[in-house]
Design a protein around this ligand. Structure first.
Ligand code: ACO
Length: 448
C-alpha cells in the first residue's frame, strides 16, 4: 500500500525491488509505491503532495491509453503476437472445435461444460427465445427505414421494463435468469429488426433448431412448410459468433462495466454497451469497410485510395487496432471462413478490392511503421454481404455474440471487491470563480 516517504530500496532486497521509487522534485521527497502485475495503483500517487492543501498527484490518461481499469480472468490478448484466448483456450481451437453456445458457457463460467451442463445450458437458452408480444409492438412502431442497430439498442433497453426483478443485480439467481434471457432473445430482436426494414412479417423462433439455425430461420423464412437452415451458413455464423464473443476491455465492454457499476439492471447497461459498439470506430467499422470498398469501386482505384489515406484524407477502415499491433487472429479465421461461404454463395466481387488493399497496405511504410494490420471487421462484412445481409445489419450481427462478453464482464465487475461506481477525475481548465453579469450589462458577444 501507499507508504510514507522512504529512502530508495537496497539493490539486493527482492521485495523492495517490486516497488517504484518516485522523487517529487517540487518537494525533494521520495516515495515508494508497490508494483503488482506490472502496474502501480493510481491511488498510491495521491499521497504525493506539495503541501497539506494539495489534492495529491493524479494520472492523466484520456482514452485509457495506459490504464488498466480492472483485473480480469476472461479474455487474454497479446496484441504484439496476435494472440487471443478465452479463459486460456486459443481462439483458433475454439473456432475449429467448439460451438457458440459452448463458448458462451466457457466465457461466462470459466470452464467448458460437461455434457449434462451443456445440455441444460442449451435447453435454457433455446427455450427463452420468445419476446413478449408488446415488445413486438414496440419494434413495429419504428419507421420502415429505421437503422436496425437503433432498433436493437432501444429494444434491449425496453426489456428492462418487462423484467423489473432484473434490478436486483446482487442476486446471482436473478442475474443468471437475465443472462439466459438476453443471450436467448438478442437473435430474436435482431431478426425482427431485419424483417422490419425489409417490410416482412416477423417470424417467431423455432426452439428445435440450433442457435444460429433458428436465427437464420427467423431472418429468411418465407412460405416454406419446413425451413431447413443452410448448414454452411449456420456454421459460418457460429464461427463468426465465437470470434466476436468477447474482446476484453474494448469501448463497448468498458461502457457495460461503467454503466453497470451504478448497479443498474443489465438490460439498461447492455443498451449502453451496444450503443458504444454502434460507432464507426468500433463495431460499426464493418459497415464502414463495405461502404469504403463500394466507393473504391474497382481494384485499379486502390493505389489512389491508399494515397488519400496516407495524406490523412480518411482512414483505411478495418485496419488498425488499439491493442493488436500484428495481424488480428480473428481476421485470419474470418478470411478462411469467407472462402467456405463463397463456395456456396459465390465470391463477393468486393473481395478483390479488399485483397488488393491488404496487399498494398501490408508493404507500405505508412501502415507497416504504424503497425496497422487488418482487424476483425475487414473481412467479416464481405461474408455478411455474401450471405445476403444488408450493410446496416452488420453491427447487429456483432452485438448478438458480444452480448455474452458484456454479461460475463458485467458479472465479473459486480463480484470484484475492488470495483466501485466508475467515476473518473478531470483536470479542470475553465474559469476560476467569476460573478454573474446581468443580460443588459453583457457588452461582448462570444462564439456560441
Ligand atoms: N487508416 C489510416 N491510418 C490509421 C488507421 C487507419 N485505419 N488507424 C490508425 N491510423 C494511424 C493514425 O492516423 C495515427 O497516425 P499518426 O501517428 O501519424 O497520427 C496512427 O495510425 C495511430 O492511430 P490512432 O488513431 O492513434 O490509434 P488508436 O489506437 O487510437 O485507434 C482505431 C485504433 C480506432 C481502431 C484506429 O486504428 C481506426 O480508426 N481504425 C479504423 C476503424 C476500424 O477499423 N475500427 C475497428 C476496430 S476493431 C473493433 O473495434 C471491433
Amino acid at each position: 500500500m501507499a507508504s510514507q516517504p522512504t529512502p530508495a530500496p537496497a539493490a539486493n532486497d527482492n521485495a523492495a525491488r517490486e516497488t517504484l521509487s518516485i522523487t517529487d522534485n517540487r518537494t525533494g521527497k521520495t516515495y515508494q509505491v508497490p508494483i503488482r502485475d506490472g502496474t502501480i495503483r493510481a491511488m498510491d500517487l495521491r499521497q504525493i503532495k506539495t503541501d497539506a492543501e494539495d489534492f495529491g498527484l493524479m494520472t492523466y490518461d484520456p482514452a485509457f491509453m495506459n490504464t488498466a481499469s480492472t483485473r480480469s480472468s476472461i479474455t487474454f490478448i497479446d496484441g504484439d503476437k496476435g494472440i487471443l484466448r478465452y479463459r486460456g483456450y486459443p481462439i483458433e481451437q475454439l473456432a475449429e472445435k467448439s460451438n457458440f453456445l459452448e463458448t458462451a458457457y466457457l466465457i461466462l463460467y470459466g470452464e467448458l461444460p460437461t455434457e449434462a451442463q451443456y445440455k441444460d445450458w442449451e435447453y435454457k437458452i433455446l427455450h427463452r427465445t420468445f419476446l413478449h408480444e408488446n415488445i413486438k409492438m414496440v419494434m413495429q412502431a419504428f419507421r420502415y427505414d429505421a437503422h436496425p442497430m437503433g432498433m436493437f439498442i432501444s429494444t434491449v433497453a425496453a426489456l428492462s421494463t418487462y423484467y423489473p426483478e432484473s434490478a436486483q443485480v446482487g442476486d446471482p439467481e436473478v442475474r443468471f435468469k437475465q443472462i439466459t434471457r438476453l443471450i436467448a432473445k438478442v437473435p430474436t430482436i435482431a431478426a425482427f429488426s431485419y424483417r422490419h426494414i425489409r417490410g416482412l412479417p416477423y417470424v417467431y423462433p423455432d426452439n428445435d433448431l440450433s442457435y444460429t439455425g433458428n436465427f437464420l430461420r427467423m431472418l429468411d423464412m418465407m412460405t416454406q412448410v419446413k425451413y431447413e437452415p443452410d448448414p454452411v451458413k449456420a456454421h459460418a455464423l457460429d464461427v463468426l459468433f465465437i470470434l466476436h464473443a468477447d474482446h476484453e476491455q474494448n469501448c463497448g465492454t468498458n461502457a457495460m462495466r461503467a454503466i453497470g457499476s451504478s448497479q443498474v439492471d443489465p438490460y439498461s447497461a447492455m443498451a449502453g454497451a451496444a450503443a458504444a459498439l454502434y460507432g464507426p470506430l468500433h463495431g460499426g467499422a464493418n459497415e464502414e469497410v463495405l461502404k469504403m470498398l463500394t466507393q473504391i469501386e474497382h481494384v485499379k482505384n486502390v493505389p489512389a485510395f491508399i494515397e488519400k489515406v496516407k495524406k490523412g484524407e480518411g482512414r483505411l477502415m478495418g485496419f488498425g487496432h488499439r491493442v493488436y499491433k500484428n495481424y488480428d487472429p480473428r481476421a485470419k479465421i474470418i478470411k478462411r471462413t469467407a472462402d467456405q461461404v463463397f463456395q456456396t454463395t459465390g465470391v463477393n466481387p468486393l473481395l478483390e478490392i479488399a485483397l488488393e488493399l491488404e496487399r498494398i497496405a501490408l508493404q507500405d511504410d505508412y501502415f507497416v511503421s504504424r503497425k496497422l494490420y487488418p482487424n476483425v471487421d475487414f473481412y467479416s462484412g464481405l461474408i455478411y454481404q455474401a450471405m445476403g445481409f444488408p450493410v446496416a445489419f452488420f453491427p447487429v450481427l456483432f452485438a448478438i455474440p458480444r452480448t455474452v462478453g458484456w454479461l460475463a464482464q458485467w458479472v465479473e465487475m459486480l463480484n470484484d471487491a475492488d470495483q466501485k461506481i466508475a467515476r473518473p477525475r478531470q483536470i479542470y481548465t475553465g474559469y476560476a470563480e467569476r460573478a454573474y453579469v446581468p443580460l443588459y450589462a453583457r457588452a461582448n458577444s462570444h462564439a456560441a
